[in-house]
Design a protein around this ligand. Structure first.
Ligand code: G3P
Length: 218
């Protein structure tokens, strides 16, 4: 499973990249706003800065909701850097735009996906990634991870090549459950990735190894 980090924070992206296990980055307009990145030129520069830190795919989201606007924006974003994947919402115009991008060699991440039907349309249109938001489903009394499993099964059954990118991951256990469901990618906050390291027996074991070494070596 690939690990993406879900942030526009350059320090966090650098920290995750330094671990050596990072496969890419996802952003969205809320995450960009959280970092205070505003204005078209600054936003585009920020995407390029992110691409220059990581080796893998970097999702950059369109703001337009009409077909022509999405195509124009998507082409501009894709031209910024070869690692850019154009993020498009699962709306009627978005599906048409994803089909256009897919036919014209521009990779896409279909976002704001909350149902199997939406994921079916995204795959039919040729999306590179589909992003079901599992945390937001959980927030609404619906099992987000279960949806990941259903989409994975559906794509395998029909042979769709669209990769399932589990998004809106809130904690470490979400990552583990997504692994169990066979997600292709999990895009996570840094804390959730680092949380995978945690185990008290590791801490206790390491303390004992170091203490025993010190006993005989001083
Ligand atoms: O990748 C989508 C993600 O940024 C949404 O996360 O926590 O706002 O639901 P959240």
């Amino acid at each position: 499973m690939k690990f993406f980090i879900d942030t526009a924070n350059l320090a966090q992206i650098k920290e995750a990249q330094a671990l050596g296990v990072l496969d890419g980055v996802t952003t969205n307009p809320s995450l960009m706003a959280k970092e205070g990145i505003k204005g078209e030129a600054n936003i585009k520069k920020h995407y390029v800065d992110i691409c220059n830190i990581v080796d893998g795919d970097v999702s950059a989201e369109v703001i337009s909701t009409d077909y022509e606007g999405m195509i124009r924006e998507g082409k501009e974003l894709a031209a910024l850097h070869p690692q850019i994947v154009v993020k498009v919402p699962i709306i009627k115009e978005g599906i048409k735009a994803i089909k256009y991008f897919s036919d014209n060699g521009i990779r896409t991440n279909c976002t704001l996906v909350f149902s199997q039907g939406q994921a079916l349309l995204a795959a039919k249109a040729g999306a590179t990634y589909v992003s079901p938001f599992i945390g937001r489903l959980d927030d609404n009394s619906t099992d987000g991870v279960e949806l990941i499993g259903k989409i994975v099964d559906m794509y395998h059954f029909y042979g769709f090549e669209t990769q399932v990118l589990a998004a809106s991951i809130r904690h470490t256990m979400h990552i583990i459950r997504c692994v169990e469901m066979g997600a292709d990618v999990a895009t996570c906050p840094l804390d959730a990735i680092l949380g995978l390291l945690n185990h008290p027996l590791t801490d206790i074991g390491l303390a004992k190894f170091l203490a025993d070494y010190k006993k005989v070596n001083g």
